[in-house]
Design a protein around this ligand. Sequence first.
Ligand code: AVI
Length: 308
Amino acid sequence: MRAGLTAKPKRLPCRFFYDREGSRFFEAICELPEYYLTRAELEILAGHVAEVVTRFPCGATLIELGSGSAAKTRLLIGRFLDRDGRLRYIPVDISRTMLEASARALLDDFPRLEILAVAGEYQEALAHLPADVGRPKLILWLGSNIGNLDRPEAVEFLRRLRDLTASEDRLLVGIDLRKDRRVLEAAYDDAQGVTAQFNRNILARINRELGGEFDLRLFRHRARYDADAGRIEMYLVSEVPQTVRIAALDLAVRFEDGEAIHTENSYKYSLAEIDETAAAAGWRVECQWLDRERRFSLNLFVTSEPRL
Ligand code: AVI
């Protein structure tokens, strides 16, 4: 927080959005009419879940990165259990409360499911997965979570995942597509102001956890699409010149009128960029499905090269 708020321009890492409140706001975003991503991915999964499951023999392990409420995963879990009678599911999420709530709800509905939940940033949590997670593995990275990584970081992380997988394993990645600016900007600046609340929650969190004195009413939510970079950028813009104290950091942060904190990037991909990104990380796109409106893609990656 200190590094970001004293940097020029100011920035805060988007992973800090997700405390209990932030995770709730994000769940509300997923229900918004403008935020098409969740519905589009669900539509694709519903149409192709059987096709995904048939690629695996009995006894597969399902690992999910950034599982959240795991709403979409239920389709896959249900299908695997109907076929195999058992399934090991390893959800990894930064929000411990969300992880506990979703694991309990899943066990209520699927008593034969075995769950090993890992709380942590998923990049780091990978190092803590048990050595024997079971084979073959289907790793889920849904919701276009890949979009919150810069493009080179996405390649690097995909390569790490590749190093954990064997030729019979698969990675199912949901990736949002480049599209008209109006559709994208509405999705990240909705009429009800839920995304604005989600964005401001990062300041509310500094107030709660670090004794910050941010007045949330003095920061405006801004979401802009940079078509060249292919990314939505989110900012919190100070409406007035002001100085904000943060007790636990022993810091006074000065804001000029209109000065912005950059809080999130959400990258969008073309189909060619998906191929290139996969290839650069040692994967190949085995199957690719789009929703009816061709806004979102679901991609089944398979390793393209043997492990060293
Ligand atoms: C979690 N992530 C994929 C979301 C996105 O679309 O980049 C976070 C989000 N930010 C604003 N709305 C949703």
